[in-house]
Write a protein that binds this ligand. Structure first.
Ligand code: HEM
Length: 500
């Protein structure tokens, strides 16, 4: 090839795109707040620049664009998406035309570690999982079982650690404590096995740490062209290497639990003891679909439940620490509600309205699963008039939805449990395409009631017996580069026993 041709190719392939990117970097952000759609690279530079404030950028852009914005990725990549919070669009995708919006291959690719579990499943497989899970959590004894197991973990796990921290004036990371709490409680409830991570000697927690590593890699996979992260996975480098290592830790743990349960069942069979323990692991094992299937099923439920609860509890206590008037009202409500029969779920709902409203408000402001992605099977037109196709993801930013002035009013950034209470003193119903934290339509979260029960039990125990003071100077901010909306550096506090 002639020297001049090589120079020309270098200019076209390297120098022009690099200059464009450099030009963008110096100018991005000055186009009325909308990302520039560059030749070749599309809006990718804006995405990369705003990745660690993704949800805040969504709020800014969506408020200006009537709640729907089309993001154009690099040419020939599969990173095109339509970000929408338009209530009619959300309702349409999640309910009206549900069958055109399954989880699909792209979702399964990104969440490959969940295999055939319910999050990745569509159609018959999804119905099958939902049937088993609902059978388990709608069992007449489930509520009592849940309350007893949660009490047990509070009495023998959380309270001793709180007392220890109060006595020795230790700074503790509340988020880390809640992670241990939900991990132990979740393992006990779903697998009948207590890993005892919540104790005063603070044992290492490789499994929960692995789950956190995995979820941050999953977030990154959403933003990158799939060929890049798949190449990294193939050669085992960078974040994908971290992912693989974390997955191994997780698998070792789950397969150990499965093996343990198998032994237990065999032992019971030998002793002619037909009493089946009430846990989800045993239920799935009875289906005889192999260890890998059981692993996928149980891991998914586990992941679904654990992060939602721990994140909500963390932000709830953070919000109380900066809104002491709300805490006083909850304390008063708990005092007036005595005695509380925790085993009666109706009583919890009617007696603890303000506490329930405060959790709804914490969930609105800090949605634990901050976004939902959908891909249509067939091209479609959304109620807002936007065209979508199978090469495009529809992103519903749940965090942004909770903080839109056009949806929640000018006081949308304030923590006001009162907005959830009707004039008759009951909990106000908000449509799921407005309060989307538990998803909507046929795929609505099945663990909502369970989550509220556990969270109320934990909150009541702590609020009635302890004071929590945030450690001064500690930065409490959300981790925006994770599919779960944890506090990035945790929530460091001092614990005091209540004088009351
Ligand atoms: C505050 C706590 C919780 C929040 C915010 C929450 C939120 C969600 C969301 C957003 C989804 C939809 C996920 C998706 O399809 O991509 C979901 C689904 C699900 N959640 Fe929850 N969840 C919570 C607690 C729980 C608990 C305790 C369980 C335990 C049983 C649970 C079980 C499930 C299951 C099985 C699904 C899949 C439903 C389906 O695809 O049909 N969740 N949850």
């Amino acid at each position: 090839m002639e020297y001049i041709e090589i120079t020309l190719i270098i200019i076209i392939l390297i120098i022009i795109p690099s200059s464009l990117i450099l030009f963008w970097y110096l100018n991005e952000g000055n186009k009325n707040g909308f990302p520039t759609n560059w030749p070749i690279v599309g809006m990718l530079p804006a995405l990369v620049k705003n990745l660690d404030r993704f949800h805040l950028a969504c709020i800014e852009i969506l408020e200006k664009s009537n709640l729907t914005f089309e993001f154009m990725g690099p040419w020939f990549s599969n990173v095109n998406f339509l970000c929408t919070l338009h209530p009619a669009n959300v309702h349409y995708v999640m309910n009206e035309n549900f069958s055109n919006y399954p989880k699909g291959n792209k979702f399964r690719d990104i969440f490959d570690f969940l295999g055939d579990g319910i999050f990745n499943a569509d159609f018959q497989l999804w119905e099958y999982h939902r049937r088993i899970i609902l059978f388990f959590i709608r069992h007449q004894n489930f509520h009592r079982f849940l309350v007893n197991k949660t009490w047990d973990k509070l009495q023998n796990g959380l309270i001793p650690v709180f007392d220890h921290a109060a006595k020795h004036a230790i700074h503790i990371d509340l988020q880390n404590l809640f992670a241990r709490f939900v991990f132990d409680a979740g393992c006990t409830i779903f697998m009948d096995y207590d890993p005892m991570t919540l104790s005063t000697d603070f044992p290492k927690t490789p499994v929960t740490d692995s789950l956190n590593d995995i979820s941050s890699v999953i977030f990154r996979r959403h933003a990158l062209p799939s060929m890049i992260w798949k190449f990294q996975r193939w050669v085992n480098i960078g974040e994908e290497r971290k992912y693989k290592k974390a997955l191994k830790t997780l698998d070792d743990f789950i397969y150990k639990c499965i093996a343990f349960k198998k032994k237990e069942i065999t032992k019971k069979d030998k002793n002619n003891n037909n009493k089946v323990s009430l846990d989800l692991l045993a239920l799935y094992m009875k289906e005889e679909k192999g260890d890998k299937f059981v692993r996928d099923a149980v891991l998914t439920i586990f992941l679904a439940g654990q992060d939602g609860i721990l994140i909500t509890l963390t932000w709830f206590f953070y919000l109380l620490s900066i809104n002491p008037q709300v805490k006083s009202k909850i304390k008063k409500e708990l005092h007036n509600a005595k005695p509380i029969n925790w085993e009666n779920s109706q009583e919890l709902n009617s007696k603890l309205v303000y506490l329930h409203a405060s959790f709804c408000e914490a969930l609105r402001l800090y949605a634990p699963i901050a976004f939902q992605a959908k891909v249509p099977i067939k091209p479609d037109i959304l109620p807002s008039g936007h065209h979508v196709n199978p090469n495009m993801q529809i992103i519903i930013d749940v965090y942004a939805m909770g903080r839109m002035k056009s949806i929640w009013g000018d006081d949308c950034n304030e923590f006001k449990p009162e907005r959830w209470i009707t004039e008759q003193g009951k909990i106000k119903y908000e449509a799921s395409h407005k309060f989307f934290v538990f998803n909507a339509g046929p795929r609505t979260c099945v663990g909502r009631e369970m989550a509220f029960t556990q969270m109320k039990l934990v909150a009541a125990t702590i609020i009635q017996n302890y004071e929590i003071a945030p450690v001064e100077g500690h930065n409490v901010v959300p981790d925006m580069c994770n599919i779960f909306f944890r506090a990035k550096y945790g929530f460091k506090v001092r614990i005091f026993r209540s004088s009351e």
